[in-house]
Design a protein around this ligand. Structure first.
Ligand SMILES: [Zn+2]
Length: 254
């Protein structure tokens, strides 16, 4: 569902941009109006439509359409052309601003990705969790190899970086509902992976082999597996060895 929704939003934004931008550019290039135009005329119209978008070069636009003969008429015609160029520029700027606004609104209205590709983020949104047991906390049999993010059941969990799903399992030993991501883009010489454990029953949104982007929704906080209270159990592994995930996040999240 996630990728489809993302695609639908991008398609909608693309359609919006096209719908707004086309009239702005079309005004400077009435190319389709006459089939009898010469190649040179077509080129001039085309050049003019591009020049209009650039403030630096707009005043040098081709004057081939002048019918004025006196200096006064030429000055008036020139002013008229420059006003038209400024209007086209303003329309193009407005179209760009509208498109940017629409994209921002889409993000706010529940688009499942909350980060840019390549970025490293925390697995949960600030304010939605409390840091509880950390790396190395005492456990019976072994020490705690992750960082717990305590939060109510149902709180969203996100991929901390671009990666691909290597485990998506309902009963991953003591971790309960668990997702593991490999992050080849972060690795350099080392293999880095992240684990998201104790997730809510049936909430895993991605399957093995699927690749995700930073900030993509993975599922909900739960209390599955060996845990008391609901939390995300989050691990970072470097070459399959757990390291302190909170320290790693603190040094990698910009
Ligand atoms: Zn834990």
């Amino acid at each position: 569902m996630g990728p489809f929704r993302t695609f639908a939003i991008l398609a909608a934004v693309g359609a919006l941009v096209t719908a707004i931008a086309l009239p702005a550019f079309a005004t400077g290039a009435p190319v389709a109006a006459s089939a009898a135009q010469t190649t040179q005329k077509l080129a001039a119209d085309h050049a003019q439509s591009i020049v209009v978008a650039s403030e630096a070069t707009a005043p040098t636009a081709t004057r081939s359409a002048f019918t004025a003969t006196t200096p006064e008429e030429i000055a008036a015609k020139k002013a008229e052309e420059e006003a038209a160029a400024r209007a086209a520029e303003a329309a193009a700027a407005k179209a760009a601003a509208d498109a940017a606004g629409a994209a921002t609104a889409s993000v706010r209205s529940g688009m499942p990705t909350i980060a840019q590709p390549g970025q490293v983020i925390y697995p949960m949104v600030g304010g939605s969790y409390t840091l509880s047991d950390g790396f190395g906390a005492a456990r019976s049999g072994r020490s705690h190899m992750g960082q717990d993010f305590a939060a109510p059941i149902g709180t969203p969990i996100y991929a901390i970086a671009d990666g691909c799903v290597t485990t998506s399992q309902s009963d991953y030993g003591g971790y309960g509902e668990t997702i593991v991501l490999a992050h080849p883009g972060l690795s350099g010489a080392n293999a880095i992976s992240t684990l998201y454990g104790h997730m809510n029953y049936g909430s895993r949104a991605v399957g093995v082999g699927q690749c995700v982007t930073a900030g993509q929704y993975l599922g909900e906080v739960g209390n599955t597996g060996w845990v008391s209270g609901s939390c995300l159990h989050f691990e970072v592994m470097v070459n399959n060895v757990e390291i302190d995930p909170l320290a790693w996040l603190q040094s990698n999240v910009l």
